[in-house]
Design a protein around this ligand. Structure first.
Ligand SMILES: Nc1ncnc2c1ncn2[C@@H]1O[C@H](COP(=O)(O)OP(=O)(O)O)[C@@H](O)[C@H]1O
Ligand SMILES: [Mg+2]
Length: 598
């Protein structure tokens, strides 16, 4: 089965629970389309019988006409309106429900995806899938799933009625219809290809735009506006070209099927005139046949549009399925164990190897082997890019190691449930992203059911209370999309307060103060020290002066551990740590001297 068919079959499984809505919509759709067929019959009756009758008087004829007007008015007010209403609401309701199911499924799947997935996919790209691609389902239900039945049934009804009037004329129509369908089918293939490219590029461009808008300051400061504008123009031009291609194909489709139907009509009109001359058809028959032909063309034309709607929507639906089919690479075992929240934390990194991409030549982490005992304060140091963040990302299971393992309390972390693992950990990163919402909502992320008193205590311990009380609405102050309005140090202190509320047994700090100026660094450092009290901790620090008291300092270089020991031991050893420490120390002395000179 090809991919398109597979997607349709799969989509049908989503439609199945709402089959009754699709059925109702189709039934009412047929009813809605059958009702207009009555009018040509009345017209035939008027032309062939009533108007030319020699037995009826003029007033009797008028009474008959008024009677038929009343009947038609009744039909169009009391049957047509509810039928049209139900046709539309049922289809939309089905589409809406399926879209809702898929949207939630997609979001829930995205929440389970690993860090590597989110690194590889731009967030804007994913956002498009949740918004416009999921909406393709709606188009599909509305235009494809329900219309296809309605059009098919109407087609059969029209052709039967037309055969009953005149066989040769109907046969001409029966040739023209498949011909038109074949032509549009050919064109459809081309539209499908081009529209898939359009959608891919649109999601690419929205990811790109989102990223560049967020980084507007960098663009401005580097004077890169023109460069960015050119780059964007190229992106947009690509989309323009693909859309032009789709448009050409769809216009060609429209033109060909349009002209085909006009040719058919011309032949029919002239031929029926001949039949009338030969007396094998009445004028009423011509009127009725001609009107039916008008209706008959509608499903025919719609088939062409249906193809377009089908191609467009199926491309979007496929992209949704593509995400749903991306396997969750960091998974919990079925019979996952629970890591006891209260148990002491003893961690062993055992001969761990890891690389981000299989094709990478060197390991990002190479034979990492060390242990952390309950209550210990471990520091990870090493130059930028040596693998410190990667190491803690394995502990937090953002990635799984290629070889070796991380063992907590005698069990591989991959055997624990993610929930129990994360309950035990708290993290503060270099860049804290606060979500839009109030300060309180952001803090409650640490403990959703925390009482106000607990929140205040956490804020105090994190040196955040004073500045929060100075904001306009205190804990209820709204933060912008990215916590705009707060300084880096303030954001960091909110992040720390959030971890206080979470009260984890194991604390991981990844360069939590490195993006801050020295004044806010002091406040944050102070808050971090409060947080570290009585907890096992792993600290990645850019400033070595903050970790001199660590129980164990692990020095890394190019993904390997090169030294391990406490501050005094490592300085005595005179190795890499000694080198790093001296480098920073020299900088401090230099700064100090410069200050003196002034
Ligand atoms: N998501 C990623 N995909 C591929 N390579 C990565 C990724 N993150 C980091 N790296 C690479 O892995 C190495 C270690 O990075 P990292 O652990 O962040 O270093 P550190 O935290 O010590 O500065 C670097 O060479 C970096 O370029
Ligand atoms: Mg890092």
């Amino acid at each position: 089965m090809n991919i398109k068919k597979k997607s349709i079959v799969r989509l049908l499984s989503y439609i199945k629970p709402y089959w009754y809505l699709v059925l109702l919509s189709s039934v009412f759709g047929v009813l809605k389309l059958i009702l207009p067929l009555i009018l040509p019959q009345v017209l035939k009756y008027f032309t062939d019988t009533l108007l030319i009758s020699e037995t009826l008087t003029a007033s009797e004829k008028i009474n008959e006409i008024i009677k038929w007007l009343m009947i038609l008015l009744m039909i169009y007010s009391f049957i047509y309106i509810p039928a049209a209403f139900l046709r539309q609401t049922c289809a939309m309701q089905a589409g809406n429900r399926i879209t809702h199911t898929m949207r939630c499924q997609l979001y829930s799947h995205l929440q389970k995806m690993s860090a590597s997935f989110h690194h590889k996919n731009k967030s804007g790209n994913i956002v498009t899938r949740i918004s416009s691609d999921v909406d393709s389902v709606y188009t599909f239900i509305w235009n494809v799933a329900t219309n296809v039945w309605i059009d098919f049934i109407m087609f059969v009804i029209y052709i039967t009625l037309m055969f009953s009037i005149n066989v040769p004329l109907t046969l001409i129509c029966a040739v023209a219809v498949p011909l038109s369908v074949i032509i549009t089918k050919k064109i459809r293939g081309q539209i499908y290809k081009a529209s898939k490219k359009v959608q891919n590029n649109i999601s690419e461009i929205s990811g790109y735009t989102q990223e560049r808008m967020a980084g507007f300051a960098t663009i401005k400061l580097f004077n890169m506006e023109n460069y960015e504008i050119n780059k964007f123009n190229k992106y947009s031009e690509k989309i323009y070209c693909f859309i032009r291609k789709t448009n050409r194909y769809s216009s060609l489709g429209e033109a060909v099927t349009g002209s085909l139907s006009e040719i058919t009509v011309s032949i029919i009109v002239c031929l029926s005139a001949v039949y009338i001359v030969k007396d094998t058809m009445t004028i009423g028959d011509l009127i009725i046949f001609y009107s039916y032909l008008g209706y008959f063309i509608t499903p025919l034309r719609r088939f062409a549009e249906l193809n377009l709607a089908y191609s467009k929507s199926i491309a979007g639906i496929e992209r949704v399925f593509e995400i749903l089919d991306t396997p969750i690479d960091i998974k919990e075992k079925r019979d996952a164990l629970t890591l006891d929240y209260n148990a002491p934390v003893n961690i062993n990194f055992s001969h761990l190897y890891f690389k981000y991409n299989e094709e990478d030549e060197n390991y990002t982490l190479y034979d990492i082997d060390f242990s952390i005992r309950q209550g210990e304060n471990i520091a990870l140091v090493g130059s930028s890019g040596c693998g410190k963040t990667t190491l803690v990302s394995i502990l937090t299971r953002f990635y799984d190691p290629d070889e070796g393992s991380v063992i907590i309390n005698g069990t591989d972390i991959r055997d624990y449930s993610l929930k129990s693992l994360y309950e035990k950990m708290g993290m503060v990163f270099q860049d804290t992203l606060l979500f839009s919402g109030t300060i309180k909502e952001n803090l409650l992320y640490g403990k959703p059911n925390a009482a106000d008193k607990e929140i205040e205590d956490a804020a105090k311990a994190a040196n955040a209370y004073d500045f929060i009380m100075n904001t306009p609405k205190k804990f209820d102050t709204l933060l912008g999309e990215r916590g705009i309005g707060l300084s880096g140090g303030q954001k960091q202190r909110i992040a720390i307060a959030r971890v206080f509320l979470k009260n984890p047994k194991l604390l991981i700090l990844d360069e939590a103060t490195s993006a801050l100026d020295s004044e806010s660094e002091e406040l944050v450092q102070d808050a971090l020290e409060n947080l570290m009290k009585d907890r096992t901790s792993i600290v990645i620090a850019h400033r070595l002066s903050t970790i001199v008291n660590a129980d164990k300092i692990i020095v890394m270089e190019h993904g390997k551990i090169v030294e391990m020991g406490n501050h005094t031991e490592l300085l005595e050893k005179g190795g890499r740590y000694f080198e790093l420490y001296n480098m920073q120390f020299k900088d401090i002395i230099k700064d100090h001297n410069n200050f003196d000179c002034k």
